[in-house]
Write a new protein. Structure first.
Length: 438
């Protein structure tokens, strides 16, 4: 029996690994453990999937970006379409969940529902779709648009898109033809895919603006969020759970999973040395560009050794003009204000300009932070973002997972074969899911 003496909460944490190509740090691709073409090598991704499965992690998670990203001279990445990689990982593994990000702005509901349901069926009910609306401006041209639709339009379309996909999955499961009429989509038809072992795929959501949180609370089974401080994490957790309750759902059925960047060493000093080495290798221009885009400012115009300008700290972004993710922006600004950080300190804390929380420490310290957020009601688990693969994941699996197991916070082996059971979400059509979208 697991020892639960350390924990105040029943159950265990959910741990997904967010496989951001070869790692989240800008220099990860330079690791001597990797082949230069790992980011387009299915053998690499399946190996990462096997390592994650060895650690009984909940799911293998992939982001998307349907276009050439940022500056291709720097970190390579997101070159392959996520469901293609997930298909390869599904074939090489038996238990781990498979979560793919796909945009509601740049897909068609029938085609997306077909693709995800097929993957769910062939993987034995292990799939979830991470719903995003996409904020990268330059992607619009790939789809024949002159500009990205505004945030309100994207989220209105997203809510309807998710309804249409859910209805298509339910219609396939119940073998009832679907007629769907909305503002953006009018469909008549049925998917040919049989129901999977979990009935139909799960829904995850990422995007922290008010509209994003509303979508999450009403429709998602899990949320991938960007929370940098414990208090902000608790506030976000309670907000999404209350939206779910107001929508007539059981708040337990939407799991809150903030991103967590991990830089792990055998000791804290070793982890710090690893982090410093990585920062020294990465081109600072990349981190600066990323940071500028997150906040909607030009980093070159601010003093790196002073706090963020008051105009940034005190004035909320105008949602109709700021095109980036409001969720990321708000998290970063709150951290800077709460801890009175200079811009340079902020950049260091963010691991090169990202809006996710970063822990640099020993396996014990990483386990402590996971346990602390779990017990404080700030998270139901985490989307882990190792600094680099595969060693950043291996040390988590080999050193952190055993600590979490000893503390009764994590499974010793897979107990359920479907992702739905593992996330504690009832099967669609069962009495307890009557008010659920999926
Ligand atoms: C934690 C997190 C992860 C995200 N991952 C992606 C992604 O993989 N692909 C993508 O196009 N957008 C991603 N987004 C942004 C979403 O597209 C989001 O729907 C859009 O930017 C609006 O964000 P907002 O609600 O935070 O303003 C992510 C956002 C967050 C907060």
């Amino acid at each position: 029996m697991p020892d639960r003496s350390h924990t105040g909460r029943p159950g265990h944490v959910i741990l997904n690994v967010n496989v951001l190509d070869v790692g989240i740090t800008h220099d990860a691709w330079r690791s001597s453990d990797l082949h230069p073409l790992s980011f387009v090598d299915t053998g690499y991704f399946t190996e990462v999937g096997r390592i994650a499965e060895r650690g009984t992690l909940d799911a293998f998670f992939l982001a998307d970006g349907p276009g050439l990203r940022e500056d291709p001279r720097h970190k390579p990445g997101r070159a392959l379409e996520p469901t293609t990689i997930l298909g390869a990982v599904a074939a090489a593994t038996s238990n781990i969940g498979l979560i793919g990000t796909l945009s509601t702005t740049f897909n068609d509901p029938w085609e997306l529902a077909y693709r995800i349901a097929s993957l769910d069926y062939v993987s034995g009910g292990r799939v979830a779709w991470n719903v995003v609306t996409t904020y990268a401006e330059d992607i619009a041209g790939n789809f024949g648009l002159t500009e990205l639709p505004d945030r309100d339009t994207r989220y209105r379309r997203a809510a309807e898109f998710v309804d249409a996909v859910n209805d298509l999955w339910a219609s396939a499961r119940t073998r009832t033809p679907l007629r769907f009429d909305g503002e953006f989509f009018n469909l008549a038809g049925q998917l040919p895919v049989p129901p999977s072992a979990q009935g139909q795929p799960l829904l995850v959501q990422a995007g922290g603006s008010p509209a994003g949180r509303e979508l999450a609370g009403r429709q998602a089974h899990a949320v991938f969020s960007a929370e940098l401080s414990l208090l902000a994490g608790i506030a976000h957790y309670q907000h999404v759970k209350s939206v779910a309750t107001k929508a007539g759902r059981n708040p337990e059925h939407v799991r809150i999973l903030p991103g967590l960047i991990t830089v792990i060493g055998s000791t804290e000093a070793e982890a710090k040395a690893r982090d410093a080495e990585s920062a020294a290798l990465a081109p600072s221009s990349h981190a600066a560009a990323r940071f500028s885009a997150t906040l909607g400012i030009d980093l070159h115009s601010v003093d790196l050794d002073a706090p963020l300008p008051e105009s940034v700290l005190d004035e909320p972004a105008d949602p109709s003009r700021f095109r980036g993710s409001l969720g990321f922006r708000e998290s970063v600004i709150r951290l800077a204000a709460d801890e009175n950080l200079t811009v340079r300190q902020l950049l260091g804390r963010l691991g090169g300009g990202f809006g996710h929380r970063k822990i640099v420490g020993s396996p014990e310290q990483v386990a402590d932070t996971i346990e602390h957020w779990w017990n404080a009601g700030a998270a139901d688990g985490f989307n882990l973002m190792p600094d680099r693969f595969p060693d950043g994941l291996e040390i988590f699996v080999d050193e952190v997972v055993p600590i979490l197991r000893r503390r009764g916070l994590f499974r010793h082996e897979y107990e359920a074969s479907t992702l739905r059971e593992r996330f504690g979400v009832p099967f669609p059509g069962s009495a307890s899911s009557a008010s659920l979208a999926g």
